[in-house]
Design a protein around this ligand. Structure first.
Ligand code: CAA
Length: 258
């Protein structure tokens, strides 16, 4: 039997998903994306999980969609099966924070998967590119939309039209990633960050994630209105009252995630 295309683990309130096709640099095929989607939904529904980390190997987070599988597909194949839409977009349903911990190559669909996460933490070895143009293809898993929102039009055009690869330092400077750490510290840094996030009130995290994502999907006044409603809704949560009283009492809060 072939090995599972993902491995999962739990550390406290953090769910870890390890992409696991090392011989193919974690090229993203259907089996992997189906398994990833299932794992994400399962962790999202688990009340004992507060944050999720997706990571790859030392050499590759993921080198993109599986070219060997796609090479002979026709338009009808991908249109009728809903390629990308059918299983790559499951991540958009996840309401808990998702952190991509990237070492090595994050290319094409691999870069797009990282961009679909909420936070990207990069090892110094991380390399980001949308090189689909070299295949006469297109970054079609959200890349042409999320990359310019992350790094601006000029850098996104440069990357998509020339296949330019960014190293971790450039990706950090351009705002594609939120922090860079030495390779040897990637997993512990990701766990530390995810554990910190997961220690906070889950409904507050979910509200912040949803509200922040609105900033990329609508106009400013609609986004501000949504944010204001989410702020008001915090006053219906037990954790917000606990958090504020704990601050005033000079003690750590005890969140019940309600
Ligand atoms: N699909 C399928 N197999 C892949 C792959 C991919 N995206 N990327 C790497 N592999 C395979 C290679 O074919 C090779 O397999 P074999 O050992 O059987 O020959 C193995 O992984 C190791 O790869 P390399 O020998 O090429 O490793 P390298 O260190 O020399 O190069 C690399 C690394 C620069 C990442 C190079 O593998 C590469 O350019 N990969 C393709 C990257 C790419 O074009 N990604 C975009 C895919 S299209 C896409 O993602 C569309 C979309 O938007 C959804």
């Amino acid at each position: 039997m072939s090995e599972s295309p993902i491995l999962t683990a739990r550390h406290g309130r953090v769910g870890f998903i390890n992409l696991n096709r090392p011989a193919q640099l974690n090229a993203l095929n259907d089996a992997l994306m189906d398994a990833l989607g299932e794992a994400l939904l399962s962790l999202d529904q688990d009340p004992d999980i507060g944050a999720i980390v997706i990571t790859g190997s030392d050499k590759a987070f993921a080198a993109g969609a599986d070219i060997a599988v796609m090479a002979d597909w026709t338009y009808m194949d991908v249109y009728q099966s809903g390629f990308i839409t059918r299983n790559w977009e499951t991540i958009r349903q996840v309401r808990k924070p998702v952190i991509a911990a990237v070492a090595g190559y994050a290319m094409g669909g691999g870069c797009e998967l990282a961009l679909a996460c909420d936070i990207i933490i990069a090892a110094e070895s991380a390399k980001f590119a949308l090189p689909e143009i070299k295949l006469a293809m297109l970054p079609g898993a959200g890349g042409t939309q999320r990359l310019p929102r992350a790094v601006g039009k000029a850098k996104a055009m440069d990357m998509c039209l020339s296949a330019r690869m960014l190293n971790a330092e450039e990706a950090d400077r351009y705002g594609l990633v939120s922090r860079v750490v030495p390779d040897a510290e990637l997993q512990t840094s990701a766990l530390k960050l995810a554990s910190q996030v997961a220690s906070y009130s889950l409904p507050a995290l979910m509200a912040i994630k949803e509200s922040l994502n609105r900033a990329f999907e609508g106009n400013l006044s609609e986004g501000i209105l949504f944010e204001r409603r989410e702020l008001h809704a915090r006053f219906a949560s037990e954790d917000a009252h606990e958090g504020m009283h704990a601050f005033l009492d000079k003690r750590p809060p005890e969140f019940t995630h309600r």
